[in-house]
Design a protein around this ligand. Sequence first.
Ligand SMILES: Nc1ncnc2c1ncn2[C@@H]1O[C@H](COP(=O)(O)OP(=O)(O)O)[C@@H](O)[C@H]1O
Ligand SMILES: [Mg+2]
Length: 182
Amino acid sequence: MTTAMTIPRHGGAGGHAAVAARSRQVVKAYGAGETRVVALDHVDVDINRGQFTAIMGPSGSGKSTLMHCLAGLDTVTSGEIYLDETEITRLKDKKLTQLRRDRIGFIFQAFNLLPTLNALENITLPMDIAGRSPDAAWLNQVVETVGLADRLKHRPTQLSGGQQQRVGGGAGPGRAPRDHLR
Ligand SMILES: Nc1ncnc2c1ncn2[C@@H]1O[C@H](COP(=O)(O)OP(=O)(O)O)[C@@H](O)[C@H]1O
Ligand SMILES: [Mg+2]
């Protein structure tokens, strides 16, 4: 069985609603007929803002499926997913893409960095795609937080695994890196 636990983190909720993401009665089934697999079976979960949440369970129990559905990367079979008060399971593709780009940071198990771009360019890529220039103060804060000030000109292959992961963590939403799912 998959369970969720949360660990409080310094910084608190920062004035935003306490629950950043929630699922209500979410079912996710893959395939049909004899090969049908129910990966999520009526899952209710609240992901609090300002805390790290670990989703734990054996291999194949639906952890990745839950993360993908919560982040709007995959559709649900039934049920509802909310990010703040927005029900993302109702959104059309274009709105969902915008919301993902602006509001959610992803740290994948594979870091998904572009090999031809340096660390700084990888961090600002989501904003470049959105046609926004990064706010200097925000960028400084991100670079300081991920501790990569002396590696910004390095390409991913010139970085350690942990450094690559931190570039991936910096490459979050362009405005406010509030919610990171990994
Ligand atoms: N694209 C898919 N098609 C069919 N079955 C899938 C697919 N993705 C995952 N599954 C199945 O759904 C279940 C949950 O998978 P997953 O969420 O990846 O588990 P976890 O991340 O906990 O290891 C597994 O039984 C897996 O085989
Ligand atoms: Mg997984």
